[in-house]
Design a protein around this ligand. Structure first.
Ligand code: GLU
Length: 432
């Protein structure tokens, strides 16, 4: 039996399609880290430490498939830097997972944790597989096998996994159970993004979209605009994109465009978001029900006030950056805007809220989940939402002020704020 895995990940992005593009992801991250480290006044040795993860483990996981055969999967766990505290970050299941990308994503997790001031370094994991073509039983055996394979380097005080692309709370539950069995005591703090009954946090599922919402509200204020009636285009209708469209709609903004992997819908009068949410399948597909569909690329260039790329990487590039009409771009996806496009948008006066800030709501509520697990005391949804809002508002403001004071774009400012804590902790520990 083949089951559909609900897309319950923080990012609805697909992975980079070629090894080359992926190398660019790591290379471009390293370029900005270098600039940020220099601007912060650190020497080259600090850059040497921070440009790569301190540890990456590659594992081979034999799994008995439903037809009786054994398939051996390859998985990774990358730990960028653990000077601040245990490393933290999701595990993705995807056919295009590869080592370079997992490395880059673990660096991004250090940046996100630095920006939101969480007591963590960055980590990331991945398994090369296609969960869309695997049964429930196969996925369970793969998830458990992965935890056994990486068990020596993970743990509530070492490295704490979470959901990411094509992984969800069920997968977190199997992983938590496997880890608890290995250690012979219940270990909810080993992993976040769990079902509520197993120690998951209220508000974790909507956390990324809530974080993006706060960034939009703050960006709108900076631009002297009004969210009421603002025209919003959201590219991507997965976990982040769909909840975001709903929150924006409920806040009185006009969501005039949405898209999925197959195409986009655009209506300057506003879309019926509740209807679209109802009809969307577990992978976020909804445009297949319509005939008046435009392409994703066309959608990005449509007239609007706020554009939220919440889908895949490399969407706003040197080719189309000058045609983007929005005055605010908030990156809910990982890496939707290339470095060149970032420059063009900045020169054109577009306020760009970078991914490592805008999408950090997920890991922030993961931290709250871990704190609740460690305390054994659970918070209400309102409490979680209020604490998340405060973290996001403060993070936005710090990055905005840094960008103004240092005369740098918001992306470089976010890298400067994000890497500072890791650099400081590494220095105090005497590593550099
Ligand atoms: N996978 C998410 C991210 O990349 C969440 C990580 C976490 O919750 O630890 O931000």
């Amino acid at each position: 039996m083949t089951v559909t895995v609900p897309v319950n990940s923080d990012h609805v992005q697909k992975l980079e399609s070629t090894q080359n593009e992926t190398l660019n992801l790591l290379n471009s991250t390293q370029l900005i880290i270098k600039e940020a480290v220099q601007k912060l006044g650190y020497n080259d040795e600090m850059y040497e430490l921070l440009k790569e993860p301190v540890r990456i483990l590659t594992v081979r996981i034999p799994v008995r498939m439903d037809n009786g055969s054994i398939k051996v999967f390859t998985g990774y766990r990358s730990q960028h830097n653990d000077a601040v505290g245990p490393t933290k970050g999701g595990v993705r299941f995807h056919p295009e997972v590869n080592e370079e990308e997992v490395k880059a994503l673990s660096i991004w997790m250090s940046l996100k944790c630095g920006i939101t001031n969480l007591p963590y370094g960055g980590g990331k994991g991945g398994i090369i597989c296609d969960p869309r073509n695997m049964s429930f039983g196969e996925l369970e055996r793969l998830s458990r096998g992965y935890v056994r394979a990486i068990s020596q380097i993970v743990g509530p005080a070492k490295d704490i996994p979470a959901p990411d692309v094509y992984t969800n709370s069920q997968i977190m539950a199997w992983m938590m159970d496997e880890y608890s069995r290995l250690r012979e005591f219940d270990s909810p703090g080993f992993i976040t993004g769990k079902p509520i009954v197993l120690g998951g946090s209220q508000g974790r599922e909507t956390a990324t979209a809530r974080g993006v919402t706060v960034c939009i509200e703050e960006a709108v204020k900076k631009k002297g605009m009004d969210l009421q009636g603002a025209r919003i285009v959201v590219q991507g209708f997965g976990n982040a994109g769909s909840f975001l469209a709903k929150f924006m709609h409920d806040a009185g903004a006009k969501v005039i465009g949405i898209s999925d992997a197959h195409g986009a819908l655009y209506d300057p009068e506003g879309l019926d978001i509740d209807y679209l949410l109802e009809r969307r399948d577990s992978f976020g597909t909804v445009t297949n029900l319509f005939t008046n569909v435009i392409t994703n690329q066309e959608l990005l260039e449509k007239e609007c006030d706020i554009l939220v790329p919440a889908a895949i990487s490399n969407q706003i590039t040197a080719q189309n950056a000058h045609r983007i009409k929005a005055s605010i771009v908030v990156e809910a996806a990982n890496g939707p805007t290339t470095l060149e496009a970032t420059k063009t948008l900045d020169e054109r006066g577009v306020l760009l809220v970078p991914d490592i800030l805008a999408s950090s709501g997920g890991v922030t509520v993961s931290y709250f989940e871990w704190v609740q697990n460690n305390q054994g005391y659970y918070w209400s949804e309102e409490e979680v939402a209020e604490k998340l809002r405060k973290v996001m508002v403060d993070s936005f403001e710090t990055i905005y002020q840094t960008s103004q004071a240092r005369q740098v774009d918001m992306r470089l400012a976010a890298y400067m704020v994000g890497i500072r804590k890791t650099a400081e902790a590494s220095r105090f520990r005497g590593w550099v």
